[in-house]
Design a binder for this molecule. Structure first.
Ligand code: GLN
Ligand code: ZN
Length: 768
C-alpha cells in the first residue's frame, strides 16, 4: 500500500499576475466575456498541469475563482443580496462582479479578513435568501479537468456550516439559531452538487469547514454533524475529505466520529495540539488522515528530515493506506514560485519555498515515505545544506542585535512619569487648543507621486531629483494644512508606497520580493516583505523628512512610524526563532528612531499599530500572550523619550471592545481609532471602562470620496463628547488619506475644522 499526497488549493494570481490583469482588463472593458473565459480557462488548466508535473496525486479542482471563493459559493447557491437583482440562472460576469465591486445603484458587499490571514472574502448576506442551485460550478470544473487533461480532480467546496457562519443577517454574524434555521434549506442543494459529482465519476470532494477550529464547546458539533450526516447519507458513493486548517481542533474527539472518509488536520499552525490528539486518542481505522505537514502560509523551506520524522510518527498511528500528505492549508496564501526571484541572495533563496517548491517538498516526502529516504537522498542532503547555510549566515547572527536582546530582561520599558504628569508638561509645551485637530499621516498619493516614484525606481529620475520632488510635495501639503487650520501637522508620507515595505527597506534582515505576490482581495495583490535575518537599525529612517516638514511651520509636525506588530503581521516572518523575538528586534530598532526624532526636535511621534486587532489568534486562549507581546514591543519602541515628548498611536478596524485593556496598557499619550464602521460600539466600550488618556475617535470615514458635511461631523463629535471628556478629545479622520484625491481631502478637512470650531464656540458660550 502506498502513501499518496494531496493539495488543498493553488494560487490564482498566475506567475506574472496574469489573473489580476485578466480581471482588470475585463473591468475596463478591454476584453470581452468570451475572451475572459478563454483566458481564465488557459490559466486554470496550466495550474492543474503544473501540479500534475510536480507529482501531486490528488489535485484540487474548482479552487479557482473569478474573484473570491466565498463569493463563488453564494453565487452558486443563489444567495445574492436582492439589491443586485433576482436570479434564476447562473450569474453572468457583470452580475457576479457587481456584488464584489458595487454598482451605481447598489453598494458592494462587505469584505472582511479570512480567519487570521491577510486575505479578504466577500461576506454573504443572508437577509432574505431563497437558496437555489444556480450553478454546479464544482461539476463544471471537475469535468473540465477530466476531459481536457485526464485529471480526476478533487473538487473543493466551502462547507455549508462555514459558509453560513462566515455570513451575516441583519448586520450580525449568524448565531447558532440562525445557522440551525438556514442549514436545512441549504443542505438539499449541497446534496444535489454531491450527487451530480458522484454521477460524473468523482471519487472525492474536499469539504472545507475551517470554522471547526474555532469551536470549543462539544455542543457546537451539532450543525456539522447534521450537515455531514445528510450529505453522506444522500450520496454515500462520494467520499468526503473534511478539511480543517489554521489551528487545532478542540473538538477532535467529536470530529473523528463524523460520517466522513478523510479528515484534514493542520499539523503546522496547531500549537502541537493536533499531533497530541492523534497520539493520545488515536485515529479511527476506517478513515484517512490527511496530514497537513507543509506550512501553507509562510514562505520557508521545510526541514525535510524533521518532516519525514513526523511522517514516520504518523505511520505508527495510521496505516499507509490511511495516510495522505498535504500542505497545512490552501497555497492560495503564499507566492507561486521562487524561480522568479533572481535578485535574491542565494543563501536566502535556498531557504525559501513558495507554492511550487512546497508541492515539490510534498512529492519528495511522499517518495521518501514509500521508497525510503535513500530514493531521495540527494534532495534531503541539498535541503540540509541550504538550511544550514541560511541559519549560519551573518544575516541571522548579528552580534549587536543579539546582545541588545540579551539585555531586554534587565530593563523595564515605562515612561519616566505617569500619564497625568506627562500630559501637563506636553500641554505646556505644545499650546494646543481645546479639541485639537490632526490627520492620521498620509496625504493623497497622486498619479504624479506614483509616477515619480516609478521613474526613480527605474533609474529614470536621480536620487536628488526624487528627494527634491518629495520635499516639494511635503511643502505643498504643509501649506494646505496651515490654510485649512489644522493644529498638528504631518509631512504626508509621500516617500512610502506602503507603511511596512518602507521600513523593511531601511532596516536589515528584510527582503523585498520581486514577484512574491499574494492575493489580498479581488484582483489586488500584495508583496509582503520577507523578514529573514536579524533586524538592525543602521541609520535614521524618517528623521530628515520630519525635520524638513517641521522647518516649514511653527505648528508641531508629528513624526510617523509603523509599530512592530503591524510590521510582523504584514510580513512573512522567519520561523527559526520565535516571532516575539523578531518583534522585539524591530522594537529595539524603532526605539532608536523614536529617540533620534526627539533629538532632532520633533515633539510628537505617532507609532501606528493598525494591524493589532486583525492579527488576534483564532482561539481566545492565545489572545493574552499575543496582546502582552504587542504591548511589550510597543513600549520598547516608545518609552525611550522625555515626558514632554508626546507619543501617539493609531489603529484601524472595528471590534475594539474586546481589546480595550490592551489599548490602555500601551500607555500612549494620544490614540486615534477608526470608528466609522462601529461608532456606537466603541463609544460604549469607552463609557463602560473609563479611559484617562487623550483620544481621537475618527469623525469621518475616509473610505469613500464623499465629503462629509459640517453638521454630520459635528454630530459625530457631539456623540463622542457624551462619553469622553472634552479635554481628552482630538478631532481627526478615521485613517490616512493616501487613497483619496486632493479636492475631496481639502474639502473634508475644511469641514472637519469648521465642525470643531462650531463646537468650540458652543462650549465657550455659557448656557442658561
Ligand atoms: N499613518 C498611516 C497613514 O496615514 C496609517 C495607515 C493605517 O492606519 N493603515 O497612512
Ligand atoms: Zn488606519
Amino acid at each position: 500500500m502506498t502513501i499518496i499526497n494531496s493539495n488543498l488549493g493553488y494560487p490564482r494570481l498566475g506567475e506574472h499576475r496574469e489573473w489580476k490583469h485578466l480581471l482588470e482588463h475585463y473591468w475596463r472593458q478591454q476584453l470581452s466575456a468570451d475572451d475572459f473565459h478563454a483566458a481564465a480557462k488557459r490559466l486554470r488548466l496550466a495550474n492543474l498541469k503544473k501540479q500534475q508535473a510536480l507529482g501531486i496525486d490528488l489535485i484540487p479542482v474548482a479552487d479557482n475563482s473569478d474573484y473570491d471563493h466565498v463569493l463563488d459559493t453564494l453565487a452558486a447557491f443563489g444567495a445574492v443580496p436582492t439589491r443586485f437583482g433576482h436570479f434564476d440562472h447562473q450569474l453572468g460576469l457583470d452580475d457576479y462582479y457587481a456584488i464584489a465591486r458595487g454598482t451605481d445603484s447598489a453598494t458592494a458587499a462587505e469584505m472582511t479578513k479570512w480567519f487570521n490571514i491577510n486575505y479578504h472574502y466577500i461576506v454573504p448576506e443572508f437577509d432574505d435568501v431563497h437558496f437555489q442551485l444556480l450553478d454546479n460550478r464544482w461539476l463544471r470544473y471537475y469535468q473540465e479537468a477530466k476531459h481536457e487533461l485526464g485529471i480526476d480532480g478533487k473538487p473543493v467546496i466551502l462547507g455549508p456550516v462555514s459558509f453560513l457562519k462566515l455570513g451575516k443577517r441583519h448586520g450580525q454574524y449568524l448565531d447558532d439559531a440562525a445557522v440551525a434555521e438556514l442549514l436545512p434549506q441549504l443542505l438539499p442543494l449541497y446534496q444535489q452538487v454531491f450527487s451530480e459529482l458522484a454521477a460524473a465519476g468523482a471519487q472525492w470532494v474536499q469539504l472545507d469547514e475551517p470554522t471547526l477550529v474555532k469551536a470549543t464547546d462539544p455542543a457546537e458539533i451539532a450543525p456539522y454533524q447534521q450537515a455531514l450526516t445528510a450529505l453522506h447519507g444522500a450520496v454515500p458513493a462520494l467520499n468526503i475529505e473534511l478539511q480543517t486548517y489554521f489551528d487545532s481542533l478542540d473538538l477532535y474527539d467529536q470530529v473523528i466520529q463524523l460520517p466522513v472518509q478523510a479528515i484534514g488536520l493542520d499539523l503546522v499552525h496547531d500549537h502541537g495540539e493536533n499531533l497530541a490528539h492523534l497520539q493520545t486518542t488515536g485515529f479511527p481505522a476506517d478513515k484517512i488522515l490527511a496530514a497537513g505537514l507543509i506550512d501553507g502560509h509562510n514562505v520557508w523551506a521545510s526541514d525535510l528530515a524533521t518532516k519525514f520524522d513526523l511522517v514516520q510518527q504518523l505511520r505508527t498511528i495510521v496505516t499507509n493506506d490511511q495516510l495522505w500528505l498535504q500542505p497545512a492549508n490552501s497555497l492560495l496564501h503564499v507566492p507561486i514560485t521562487t524561480k522568479n526571484e533572481p535578485k535574491a541572495d542565494p543563501i536566502l533563496l535556498g531557504g525559501l519555498a513558495f507554492a511550487d517548491q512546497k508541492l515539490q517538498e510534498l512529492a519528495t516526502l511522499t517518495t521518501a515515505a514509500n521508497q525510503g529516504v535513500a530514493a531521495v537522498q540527494a534532495e534531503f542532503d541539498e535541503n540540509q545544506t541550504k538550511l544550514a547555510a541560511l541559519n549560519a549566515s551573518s544575516h541571522r547572527n548579528n552580534p549587536t542585535v543579539r546582545q541588545a536582546e540579551a539585555h531586554l530582561a534587565d530593563q523595564t520599558f515605562e515612561r519616566q512619569a505617569p500619564f497625568a504628569t506627562r500630559i501637563k508638561l506636553q500641554h505646556d509645551r505644545l499650546h494646543l487648543p481645546l479639541l485639537p485637530t490632526t490627520t492620521i499621516g498620509s496625504f493623497p498619493q497622486s498619479r504624479t507621486v506614483r509616477a515619480k516614484r516609478a521613474a526613480w525606481r527605474h533609474g529614470d529620475l536621480s536620487d536628488a531629483a526624487y528627494q527634491a520632488f518629495l520635499k516639494a510635495e511635503t511643502k505643498r501639503w504643509i501649506d494646505y494644512q496651515n490654510e485649512i487650520g489644522l493644529d498638528v501637522l504631518v509631512h504626508g508620507e509621500f516617500e512610502r508606497t506602503d507603511m511596512v515595505e518602507y521600513f523593511g527597506q531601511k532596516l536589515t534582515g528584510f527582503y523585498a520580493t520581486q514577484n512574491g505576490w499574494v492575493q489580498s482581495y479581488g484582483s489586488r495583490g500584495v508583496r509582503p516583505p520577507v523578514i529573514f535575518g536579524d533586524v538592525a537599525y543602521t541609520e535614521p529612517i524618517t528623521v530628515a523628512a520630519s525635520v524638513y516638514a517641521q522647518s516649514l511651520t511653527d505648528k508641531p509636525v508629528k513624526g510617523m512610524l509603523t509599530a512592530p506588530l503591524t510590521i510582523i503581521n504584514w510580513s512573512f516572518v522567519r520561523d527559526d526563532i520565535p516571532t516575539a523575538q523578531v518583534q522585539n528586534q524591530i522594537a529595539l530598532a524603532l526605539r532608536q528612531e523614536v529617540q533620534n526624532l526627539e533629538k532632532a526636535g520633533i515633539k510628537i511621534i505617532q507609532v501606528d499599530e493598525p494591524a493589532l486587532r486583525e492579527g488576534l489568534p483564532l482561539k481566545q486562549r492565545h489572545w493574552q500572550a499575543y496582546l502582552d507581546e504587542a504591548v511589550y514591543s510597543f513600549k520598547i519602541t516608545t518609552t525611550g523619550v522625555a515626558n514632554e515628548t508626546q507619543i501617539h498611536t493609531h489603529m484601524c478596524y472595528s471590534n475594539f471592545a474586546d481589546i480595550i485593556d490592551t489599548i490602555k496598557a500601551l500607555d500612549a499619550d494620544v490614540i486615534s481609532i477608526e470608528t466609522s464602521r462601529s461608532h456606537g460600539e466603541i463609544i460604549s466600550a469607552f463609557e463602560q471602562t473609563g479611559y484617562d488618556q487623550e483620544i481621537g475617535l475618527g469623525v469621518y470615514d475616509i473610505h469613500s470620496p464623499r465629503v462629509p458635511s459640517v453638521a454630520e461631523i459635528e454630530a459625530n463629535i457631539q456623540r463622542a463628547l457624551r462619553v469622553i471628556d472634552v479635554h481628552q478629545f482630538w478631532i481627526n479622520p478615521d485613517c490616512g488619506l493616501k487613497t483619496r484625491q486632493k479636492p475631496e481631502t481639502i474639502a473634508a478637512l475644511t469641514n472637519m475644522v469648521a465642525a470643531r470650531d462650531a463646537i468650540q464656540a458652543q462650549l465657550s458660550t455659557p448656557t442658561k
